[in-house]
Ligand binder design. Sequence first.
Ligand SMILES: [Cu+2]
Length: 121
Amino acid sequence: MPKVARRLLIAAVVVVVGVLAVATVVSAKTTLSLKASKSALKFNKRTLHATHGKVTIVMSNPSSTKHAIAVEGHGVDKDGKTAGKGKTSTVTVTLKKGRYTFYCPVDGHRAAGMKGTLIVS
Ligand SMILES: [Cu+2]
């Protein structure tokens, strides 16, 4: 390969890698799905994993008991709207690396066990 062509190829590779790196940082988005139990004060998962950045949790509620999804930890505390049967509750937060708690903010549900750990790496 001629020297000029090789230099152009290297430049092109550097540009592509740079663009991908920026795109990864900007679009670090994770959407997680979670489901409330049909009959108990529980979610279907005890642990969730996400990449740091924008994290959305969508919780579906098949129960006739109203539930919601919330995230707490490291100065973050945000609740999604309360959802009735067949609806979803969604919360979107921007998170740094660390451990957070996800839970149902409806009175008494968190204490009853409607909670889990969100691990952000
Ligand atoms: Cu609940």
